[in-house]
Design a protein around this ligand. Structure first.
Ligand code: HEM
Length: 256
């Protein structure tokens, strides 16, 4: 058996591989949407354990639902926000967190098995291989950060830690951007450089960095619920929001 790996030419990446990469990108985009819905429906803390394999099977009977619900009823979120919630309402929030994690598992399967097959068949190029290994590593880290974030909301505060949420959200952006760039390389390994001067190139990178920072601050704002404390838009120190400042002194709101 010849174990030597073979590689495709950078300029002849098989169409199957390119379609697979695009499918991966679409799945990550959908995971970002599902993650947003999970957050906006307040579903993020409904599943209190992280069982990578067995967690794929949802509660299948009343007894299993009851035991999942009892675990949730021990969380700060249940006591401080959802006290008296019905099993039906719990099933709704459970669905979104379960679906978010199931989609993450599905992405893992859709990525790992074809990756091994394409590598085995010599359908990947030397340039693509390390990039795809980075994508797998980042996605694994993202899942781990997802759990760290959930765990941060199971101790005393009834929601996830804003820093962990920002990390989880930003990592999703980085994976999306990195895979998109990898797809560009798979289609155009040696693109003709655009006739732009250095200043324009620097300006473009600065704009990308500013946009990324703005996304991170957005996640920080939503994670820390800062909008509740400074609901007066950009001039947050306007007299109208004075009363709020006493609840949460500037610089250390109690919600992080
Ligand atoms: C590659 C896999 C994943 C991606 C790309 C991803 C992405 C996201 C995104 C973009 C959000 C929305 C953040 C926001 O609205 O600010 C989110 C929310 C969330 N994710 Fe993930 N996620 C992934 C895997 C996971 C895993 C494996 C877990 C848990 C073990 C997890 C737990 C959560 C939770 C709990 C929320 C809601 C946070 C809240 O309630 O505030 N994620 N995810």
């Amino acid at each position: 058996m010849n174990w030597k790996l073979h590689f495709a030419d950078d300029f002849r990446i098989p169409r199957t591989v390119r379609v697979w990469l695009i499918a991966g990108l679409v799945m990550i985009f959908m995971q970002i949407i599902i993650g947003g819905i999970t957050r906006l429906t307040g579903s993020g803390l409904s599943i209190t354990r992280w069982e990578i394999v067995t967690g794929s099977i949802p509660p299948l009977n009343e007894a299993q639902w009851q035991s999942e619900f009892e675990l949730y009823q021990q969380t700060p979120q249940y006591h401080k926000i959802n006290k008296g919630m019905s099993l039906g309402e719990f099933k709704f929030i459970y669905f979104w967190e379960y679906f978010h994690r199931l989609w993450a598992r599905t992405m893992g399967l859709v990525f790992i098995f074809p990756f091994i097959w394409f590598l085995w068949r010599g359908m990947l190029s030397r340039r693509l291989l390390p990039r795809l290994l980075v994508v797998v590593l980042l996605a694994g880290l993202e899942g781990f950060f997802g759990w760290i974030m959930v765990a941060s909301g199971l101790i005393n505060r009834p929601w996830v830690n804003a820093y962990n949420l920002t990390l989880h959200f930003c990592m999703a952006m980085i994976i999306f951007g990195y895979l998109l760039w990898t797809i560009f390389i798979a289609y155009q390994p040696a693109p003709t450089p655009l006739p732009v001067n250095g200043t324009m190139r620097r300006f473009t990178w600065i704009m990308i960095a500013v946009a990324f920072l703005q996304i991170a601050f957005g996640a920080m704002m939503s994670g820390s619920k800062a909008g509740l404390f400074y609901p007066a838009g950009p001039i947050c120190r306007a007299p109208s929001c004075r009363p709020f400042c006493w609840i949460a002194p500037p610089g250390k709101p109690k919600t992080f």
